[in-house]
Design a protein around this ligand. Structure first.
Ligand code: ZN
Ligand code: CU
Length: 503
C-alpha cells in the first residue's frame, strides 16, 4: 500500500465509511483477498469500477474502503435455494444478503415457479420462465438469481400432481417441449424431486429422456434423490445412471444419510461418486451444514411412508419441530409430540390431524443426520454449499439465514474441517463454474463485483432452531454488482441484483 493511501485511510473516522448508494467506483484497501480459486489469501487492494472488478481505476478520487484485518472474497453463491417467490415478494432478500450471499439458484427439488399450471408453489406462478426473468428485471432483487426448471412442475403441468403412472407418448412429448422451452428461456438446467409428488411417480427413463434435452443446451441435472435414508446408495446409483445415459452433468442436492441406522452410509455414497467420476461421469454434490433437515410433513407421511414416523422408524414425533403452518401459526415452534400431548391424540392420529389441517403447507424441522457424516461429506472436493432454506413460517430452519457464516465460523475456525481458502472456493468459484455462471465467483479483472468483506476471526452463525432468524456475526459489507446491499448486519435497501439468464 502506498503512503498516499495510508494517509488517506488515516482520515477515515471508522472502518465503515458510508459507501452506500449508487457508488460503483471504489477500492478496498489492504484486505486479505481470497480470489475464489482455492488459493491462499493475499493482502492486496481490489478496485471496482461500474460494477466490475478492474486492475486499476481509470479515475482518481474514488472512495477507499479500509479492509485491513479483514478478508475479502467473491460473493457467496447459494447453489440450492427455494427463494423463487421471495425474489419477487421480498426483493431485498435480507436473509441472504446478511450472510454474504450475492447469487441464489432457484427451481430446486423439482419445483420451479414456471410452468405453474398445478400451482406447486402457491398463487404466484409464471406460465414460463421468461416471464419470471422479466418480473425480476422489472422489480430487481438485492441478489442475482439463476433458475433451474423443476421436473415436478413440468410433470404436474402435463399430468397433474397425483398421477402415479408412466407418461403416455403424448405426455412425454409435451414434457419434452416444456423442458426445451425453459432451456430456451434461459434455465441453467433441470431439477428433480424424486422423493416428492409428482417426481416420485416418474420412472428413471422419463428423467433420462428430459435430461438429454437439457444436455443439448449445456444445462445441468440437479436432483433431490428418491431416498436419502435406507436406499441412499441405490439413489446415488440412479443419479449416476441418469448422468451417464443422458451425458449430462449431475449435481446431487443436499447429500446426506437420513436416520440413525443409516449413519455412515455417506462413505459408500462418496465411493460410488468417486468411482463414477473415475470413469468419466461428471457428478458432484452440495450440502447444508446442519444435522437437522427440513421438509414437508406430507412428504414424510404419504405414499405408505407413515411407517417412517413410527417410534421404531426413522422419525419420532419428538424429533419433528413445526417450522411453518400457515393455518396454525400457534403450532410453529412446537414438536409433534407437544401437539399430540395437548390434543391427547396417539402418534398416528396426530400426524393425520395436522396433515388434514395443513396438508402440503406444513413444514417441519427434523433431527436426522450425524455430525460425522456432515463433516465427511464436507471434506470432499466435489461438494459445494447450498442452504436448502425455505423462506416460510416463523421458525424456518436456521440454514435459511446462517448457512454460509456457519461454514466459515463453525467448520473452518472452530472445527478445522476445511481451510478458509477451501471453504471460500466451495462457496464461490467452484459453484459458479459448476452452474455455468459467467463472470461470477472469482476476484479477477473483468468479473462482476459481487464481494464480501468479513472478519475471519469473528464470523459465525447465530441462529438456533428456537430462534432461527437472527443476524449472523462478522460480516462487514456485501456488494452485488458493485453496490453495497448489506453493511454491519443491516440491509442498505439497494437492489442491484440481476437475472442470470443462460444464453
Ligand atoms: Zn430437496
Ligand atoms: Cu431443496
Amino acid at each position: 500500500m502506498s503512503t498516499g493511501l495510508s494517509d488517506r485511510l488515516a482520515h477515515l473516522t471508522s472502518r465503515t465509511c458510508d459507501y452506500r448508494g449508487t457508488m460503483q467506483t471504489f477500492s478496498v484497501i489492504g484486505a486479505c483477498v481470497y480470489d475464489g480459486t482455492g488459493a491462499e489469501g493475499q493482502i492486496r487492494d481490489v478496485h471496482v469500477h461500474n460494477g466490475t472488478i478492474v486492475d486499476s481505476l481509470p479515475i482518481s478520487g474514488a472512495a477507499l474502503i479500509d479492509g485491513r484485518g479483514l478478508a475479502l472474497s467473491p460473493g457467496f453463491i447459494d447453489v440450492h435455494t427455494h427463494d423463487d417467490i421471495s425474489i419477487l415478494t421480498t426483493p431485498q432478500m435480507p436473509f441472504k444478503t446478511l450472510q454474504g450471499v450475492t447469487t441464489v439458484i432457484v427451481g430446486n427439488c423439482g419445483s420451479s415457479i414456471a410452468p405453474d399450471g398445478a400451482k406447486l408453489m402457491g398463487p404466484i406462478g409464471c406460465s414460463r420462465l421468461s416471464e419470471y426473468f422479466q418480473r425480476v428485471s422489472d422489480n430487481p432483487p438485492s441478489t442475482n438469481v439463476a433458475a433451474l426448471v423443476g421436473h415436478g412442475s413440468i410433470r404436474a403441468q402435463v399430468m397433474g400432481i397425483a398421477s402415479n403412472r408412466e407418461a403416455s407418448d403424448d405426455e412425454l412429448r409435451e414434457m419434452a417441449r416444456l423442458t426445451e422451452e425453459a432451456m430456451q428461456d434461459g434455465a441453467i438446467g433441470i431439477s428433480t424431486g424424486l422423493a416428492y409428488e409428482p417426481g416420485r411417480y416418474s420412472p428413471t427413463e422419463e428423467i433420462v429422456h428430459l435430461a438429454r434435452i437439457v444436455a443439448e443446451y449445456g444445462g445441468i441435472y440437479t436432483t433431490h434423490m428418491r431416498d436419502e435414508a435406507d436406499h441412499l446408495v441405490e439413489s446415488v446409483m440412479e443419479s449416476i445412471f441418469i448422468g451417464e445415459s443422458a451425458n449430462i452433468r449431475v449435481q446431487i442436492s443436499h447429500l446426506k444419510a437420513i436416520g440413525e441406522r443409516n449413519f455412515g452410509s455417506t462413505t459408500q455414497a462418496i465411493s460410488a461418486i468417486r468411482a463414477a467420476q473415475s470413469r468419466g461421469v461428471d457428478v458432484m454434490a452440495d450440502q447444508y451444514p446442519y444435522t437437522r433437515g427440513s421438509t414437508l410433513l406430507d412428504q414424510l407421511a404419504s405414499g405408505g411412508r407413515l411407517r417412517a414416523l413410527h417410534p421404531d422408524g426413522i422419525h419420532a414425533l419428538e424429533s419433528l419441530l413445526v417450522s411453518s403452518a400457515p393455518q396454525h401459526s400457534d403450532w410453529e415452534g412446537c414438536t409433534l409430540r407437544d401437539i399430540a400431548n395437548s390434543l391427547q391424540l396417539s402418534d398416528k392420529e396426530t400426524v393425520e390431524h395436522v396433515l388434514s389441517e395443513c396438508g402440503r403447507s406444513l413444514l417441519v424441522v427434523i433431527d436426522q443426520m450425524s455430525e460425522q457424516d456432515v463433516c465427511d461429506v464436507m471434506k470432499e472436493d466435489f461438494v459445494m454449499i447450498g442452504s436448502d432454506g425455505v423462506p416460510a413460517g416463523s421458525r424456518p430452519h436456521p440454514r435459511l439465514h446462517h448457512t454460509f457464516p456457519r461454514i466459515l465460523g463453525e467448520y473452518v475456525r472452530n472445527q478445522g474441517v476445511l481451510t478458509l481458502p477451501q471453504a471460500i472456493h466451495k462457496m464461490t468459484g467452484m459453484a459458479s463454474t459448476r452452474f455455468g455462471l459467467k463472470n461470477r465467483g472469482f476476484i479477477a479483472s473483468g468479473m462482476a463485483a459481487d464481494l464480501v468483506l468479513f472478519d475471519p476471526l469473528t464470523v459465525i452463525d447465530t441462529g438456533t432452531y428456537v430462534d432461527p432468524t437472527s443476524v449472523p456475526h462478522g460480516l462487514h459489507s456485501v456488494w452485488v454488482n458493485g453496490i453495497c446491499v448489506a453493511q454491519d448486519g443491516h440491509s442498505t435497501g439497494e437492489r442491484p441484483g440481476q437475472a442470470l439468464v443462460s444464453q
